[in-house]
Write a new protein. Structure first.
Length: 198
């Protein structure tokens, strides 16, 4: 009980760092149900025809989203993980994509690879990963992102599935962080600029 109260107090302390709330827990649950149903419908015929579905969450930011989304997809699916960075510890992308953890599945010929990302802004990360996994012989590579920020796009890229389209602003919560903080908030909000411009 004491630990639960401590955790709740920590969450409230982080609330003070938010400029405003963007999406509630209910909003997120409804978004996951909608995406899960659409993905299941779209890929169901391919899975029935013998293709395998592989979900590839991009660590660390998509972990909450990927776990909840996977439970909404009614098709059998494998899980692989990649860890990719373009931000380092700051608030702005460096423009350089680094792959820190790659998938271990070498047989993608009959695979529908669904890359699961937390947010798309410049488009560089998913553009590169889509090309990379396609070059490895995947039957199909698709992308799903919890949030899309098209106003920040630097390369021509459109995700296949989008949870929320959002305006510019530094978002945290539900897996998204600033300097490894705020990931465990169960909702999503915009961080006050004074927090990341100190």
């Amino acid at each position: 009980m004491a630990e639960t109260k401590k955790t709740a107090n920590a969450a409230r302390a982080q609330d003070n760092d938010l400029e405003r709330l963007l999406f509630t827990e209910q909003d997120i649950a409804e978004m996951n149900a909608r995406l899960g149903a659409q993905i299941s419908k779209d890929f169901g015929p391919l899975v029935e025809a013998g293709k395998k579905l592989i979900l590839v969450p991009i660590l660390k930011g998509s972990i909450m989203f990927a776990a909840d989304l996977a439970r909404q997809i009614t098709l059998p699916a494998e899980l692989e993980f990649m860890k990719v960075s373009s931000y380092g510890g700051g608030a702005k992308t460096s423009g350089e994509i680094k792959v820190h953890l790659d998938i271990f599945n070498d047989d993608l010929a009959d695979a529908i690879v669904l890359i699961v990302e937390d947010i798309v802004d410049s488009g560089r990360t998913l553009s590169r990963l889509t090309q990379m996994l396609g070059n490895r012989g995947a039957y199909k590579v698709a992308t799903v992102t919890m949030m899309d920020k098209p106003c920040r796009r630097e390369v021509p890229f459109t995700p296949d599935y989008v949870g929320f389209t959002i305006p510019d602003g530094f978002v945290v919560g539900y897996g998204l962080d600033y300097d490894q903080q705020y990931r465990t908030l169960p909702y999503i909000g915009i961080l006050k600029p004074e927090i990341y411009t100190k």
